[in-house]
Write a protein that binds this ligand. Sequence first.
Ligand code: NAD
Length: 348
Amino acid sequence: MKKVKWGVIACGGIADRRTLPGMMLSDKAELVAVMDTSKDAAENCKEKYGAKYAFTKYEDVLALDEIDAVYIASPVFFHKEQAIAAAKAKKHILLEKPVALTVADAEEIKKACEENGVKVSIGFLMRFHGYHQKIKEIIEEGKIGEIVSIRGQFTCWYPDIEGAWRQKKATSGGGALVDMGIHVIDLIHYITGLKAVEVAAFNQTQTFNYEVDDSSNVIMKMDNGSVAYVDSNFNIPDAASVAKLEIYGTKGSIVAHGTLAQAEVGNVDILISDDSLAYDASQARGELTPVSLSDVPLGNMYTKEIDGLCDAITEGTLPPVSIESAIYDQKIIEAAYKSTETKSFVRV
Ligand SMILES: NC(=O)c1ccc[n+]([C@@H]2O[C@H](COP(=O)([O-])OP(=O)(O)OC[C@H]3O[C@@H](n4cnc5c(N)ncnc54)[C@H](O)[C@@H]3O)[C@@H](O)[C@H]2O)c1
């Protein structure tokens, strides 16, 4: 089978920490070129991952005929320019999340990909966690009944850092919500198939001095009538992080602990009732059967996200994370910031 040949634009951050090690485990991908505005980062990755070329300009990656696809992992404010240039150079694209600074920018990227016939997938890697995929299956089979309530929480410790692009609205698009909460918003849509129709949110900077939110609490009214809560914080210590995803339905519940992560870790409690529940004034818990996920195979989510786009390129399948779904996520983000600004519920 022909391997997909890859170039990496911005190899010095998450690419080096996670995605390139994941790419090395793929038998569908071959790394050809790495690029970073930091020469040291580019040279280091060339050496470490055995790339043929190291560049400091992304245009040099796009000029290589031998490259089929690029992975763009630059700070968010470069996504639009680099993704559109990649599409025009006829390179397929794995673009890191969030897709762009705004919905309007994301729409321009989508248009450029369509006009140039290239596939694009967005880096919502947590969809590839074996447990999340199994939870999705369980929900699709109707095992927890109709979903009535959802809660997700994702946090880290991110203090003031001089010059950090994530801490300025113009370069990041937002704070904890854009960086962390967006994973939860994306997963809720992916796992449950539900979409938000109305959003209310408090986004604020409670602990640090930067201009973006270090605390974000979003409430979404979903299209089946249920309500989802998404909390994201930059001001809870990593050691105290819980990272929980809870989904409750009319027949059961699913609570995932620690699965919102950069590795396939964590555990999941699933309780499912039989179909004959009558009202029980004592609210006994005994009728619920726990479901084990011990047979679910786990691997490397970054390898899977690379393989997913390789398959889309070589076998004509759909990209694993569509840009349309990433634009939906971005609409929620914009609605959440607008809700805080206007102190109102915002329709999506
Ligand atoms: N999917 C995930 O697991 C995950 C995790 C972290 C970050 N991300 C996303 O990846 C992107 C980058 O985040 P990060 O944490 O790696 O940031 P970072 O600041 O740690 O690293 C960014 C890298 O980009 C380089 N760079 C800066 N400007 C550039 C430009 N114009 N062109 C090319 N390279 C440039 C920097 O030198 C640096 O090496 C963001 O979109 C972020 O949301 C995704």
